[in-house]
Design a protein around this ligand. Structure first.
Ligand code: ADP
Ligand code: MG
Length: 212
């Protein structure tokens, strides 16, 4: 049996056409079912549908052989024990630093205070500011990062941006690029050796021309 871990949410919607093209059809409507393990039209392939940030963990421990996860999640995770096999070209967006339009490049910030940055991506954000020689206080949030600067919780945020509409609606604007993001196909390292014959055709049909 080959187990493929899918990220709930945005990536899932864009993964389904890709799976269909690879000839893998879920036995149930993934948007509706409460089941967490879903079979497919192929008796040798099953799907697990989990939080995006959990995909690297399932694949690392071999609970899933393959996974589809955003580059944001993979960078934050570190990717130990995983092979990144292909950029699937779906769920494209950018990880950006944003600040209130009113801050005008940080002028509104107290000179003596350390920069406070709210984000879900603690490790990436630490690395990003450290590379610029800035010691930022990272405030770890799980969602709605845009709120933090509006209520004085943080000076800036690091968050995913696609259209920029959410930022604009909250009086924020992107000021620095951190990372280009898209969904990647990843594999468990041991499974790539032990189950190579079963995995290779699935990888080839999912990755298509995009395989690394
Ligand atoms: P969660 O709330 O569990 O983080 P999301 O659906 O918001 O789930 O995000 C899951 C993944 O989808 C992210 O890790 C990222 O790779 C991708 N993603 C998130 N927001 C966008 C976006 N605006 N455009 C494209 N891809 C996105
Ligand atoms: Mg989200």
């Amino acid at each position: 049996m080959v187990t493929l871990a899918l990220s709930k949410g945005r990536i899932l919607e864009e993964s389904l056409p890709l799976l269909a093209r690879a000839g893998i059809l879920p036995a149930e409507d993934l948007g509706r079912t409460r089941r967490l393990i879903v079979g497919t039209n192929r008796p040798d392939v099953q799907l697990v549908v989990i939080r995006a940030a959990d995909v690297p963990t399932y694949v690392r421990y071999g609970a899933a052989d393959l996974g589809i996860a955003g580059k944001d999640v993979l960078c934050e995770d570190g990717g130990d024990g995983l092979y990144e096999l292909a950029d699937l070209g779906i769920a494209a967006c950018r990880l950006m630093v944003a600040e209130p339009v009113a801050a005008a490049g940080g002028a509104g910030r107290q000179e003596w205070g350390r920069l406070r940055v709210a984000t879900k991506y603690v490790r990436i954000t630490e690395r990003h500011f450290a590379a610029q020689g800035i010691q930022a206080d990272i405030i770890h949030l799980y969602g709605s990062m845009e709120l933090a600067p509006l209520v004085g919780l943080a000076d800036r945020i690091v968050d995913l941006v696609s259209s920029g509409q959410t930022l604009a609606a909250n009086g924020l604007r992107a000021v620095e690029h951190v990372l280009d993001v898209s969904a990647r196909l990843v594999a468990n390292r041991a499974a790539m050796k032990m189950k190579s014959a079963a995995l290779r055709p699935i990888i080839a049909s999912l990755a298509g021309e995009r395989g690394i």
